[in-house]
Design a protein around this ligand. Structure first.
Ligand SMILES: Cc1ncc(COP(=O)(O)O)c(C=O)c1O
Length: 416
């Protein structure tokens, strides 16, 4: 994905000061949050926006009284903020409970337009949220699902296999903008090009990418892009951008009296989570505020992501260099210090002779928060040669510091 802005240094201390949660201690020592890929912490501004909505504006939409009118404004501004974040139009945005629920809804609607024998391409790098909906749809409608494999040594997609998997019956190529298990960033532009050349839709999971990389729905020419604000400093919620003409055409599940609505909003069923949308607006604002530059919200978001990327690549380098010097620690996937721009700062590690759950528990006792297992990405886990127990995921966000990474390396050295 491209950005046109110049990277500028992130003020990490200032960013951290916005999060009360980061002041937590475990047994008298500061907690170190390396669980970001499972869900980020939330700045106080987002918490205040959620509480503020419930305190001052709580109502349903569409009424003539003041709280309902305030609610209308919350919904409108949340769609506009999400559009800026995803690089899409507000009318293309749909909100839902989470990415998985939205994806089931969208695949179900598209499925009504597909015929038996139509083909879907998914990848081994994907989270199940972008695989299971296609497999279940295939069972219902007689579709064929092809799964594209990975290179075990560096956790990248087999692009030659992807190219071969796409044929004249391919209707959708579903892929991740970044892997939540091992951090790989696939070549999204190339995947879109291959999908569109065959007349297929490009269907991207941006959940893991969203806290790390600027999203470019229109610029990448995506047809569908999904993400989850609880991964980028917001509340539990899902967002989809759906190309406008597709969203208007697909047979959405809607209750009979629902008025004619903008394209993406056709996939919003029932009453939305208004307080979470107030929080989402504040979360997008929080990211934009990290920008060292002035400008439109989209321009500030791009500048903020450039600064986030620079800081996170420095953390990745520090971690990879340190981990390479510890006997018994294996980083699975791309561990190449010359290729940190091809990955997010999300590392899958194992310690020789240790079950991942034991390593995670030993880290937790020392105040390091890290997930273990397969992270609902069993394909990627197998793709780097691991079994069902998976690995330990150490995932950094922009609010993590070099000192925290050093402390983590010291703990791994002790445990290895
Ligand atoms: C890459 C990726 N895709 C999809 C999901 C599912 O998102 P949600 O929890 O919003 O359904 C996750 C959650 O961890 C994820 O990391």
């Amino acid at each position: 994905m491209s950005t046109t802005t110049t990277p500028a240094t992130l003020d990490v201390d200032r960013a951290r000061s916005g999060f009360s949660a980061l002041a937590r201690e475990v047994a008298g020592k500061p907690a170190r949050f390396f669980d970001g890929a499972g869900g980020s912490q939330v700045p106080d501004s987002v918490i205040d926006a959620i509480a503020g909505y419930l305190r001052h504006s709580n109502a349903n939409e569409g009424g003539v009284f003041v709280t309902s009118q305030a609610t209308n404004r919350v919904l409108e501004s949340a769609h506009a903020a999400a559009a800026d974040l995803l690089g899409a139009k507000p009318a293309e945005i749909a909100f839902g409970a989470n990415m998985t629920t939205l994806n089931f809804l969208l695949t179900h609607a598209l499925g009504r337009t597909l015929a038996a024998g139509d083909e879907i391409v998914v990848t081994q790098l994907d989270h199940e949220g972008n695989v299971s909906p296609w497999r279940l749809l295939a069972e219902d409608r007689g579709l064929v699902v092809h799964m594209v494999g990975m290179h075990e040594h560096d956790g990248t997609l087999r692009m030659d296999e992807l190219e071969r998997a796409i044929g004249e019956r391919t209707r959708v190529v579903a892929f991740p903008l970044a892997s939540n298990a091992i951090g790989t960033i696939p070549d999204g532009a190339r995947i879109v090009e291959l999908a569109h050349r065959a007349g297929a839709l490009a269907w991207a999971d941006g959940v893991h990418a969203a806290p790390h990389l600027a999203l470019h729905f229109a610029e990448l020419d995506l047809d569908v892009l999904l993400c989850s604000p609880y991964k980028f400093f917001g509340p539990h919620l899902g967002i989809a951008a759906i190309r406008e003409e597709l969203a208007l055409r697909w047979p959405a599940d809607r209750v009979a009296p629902a008025a004619q609505t903008p394209a993406g909003h056709r996939f919003e069923t029932g009453t939305l989570n208004h307080e979470a949308l107030a929080g989402l607006f504040a979360a997008v604002d929080y990211v934009a505020e990290l920008s060292p530059l002035e400008g439109t919200r989209r321009a500030r978001l791009l500048a903020a992501y450039a600064a986030i990327g620079e800081h996170e690549r420095a953390l990745s380098l520090r971690f990879l260099n340190g981990a390479a010097g510890i006997d018994g620690v294996t980083v699975h996937g791309n561990a190449d210090v010359t290729r940190v721009s091809e990955r997010t700062p999300t590392f899958l590690v194992t310690l020789a002779g240790q079950e991942p759950v034991h390593t995670a528990r030993a880290l937790a006792e020392r105040g390091f928060f890290a997930w273990h297992g397969d992270f609902y990405a069993p394909g990627a886990i197998r793709g780097v040669g691991l079994g069902d127990a998976g690995g330990v995921r150490l995932s950094f966000l922009h609010y993590n510091t070099a000192e925290e990474v050093d402390d983590l390396l010291a703990a791994l050295r002790e445990l290895a």
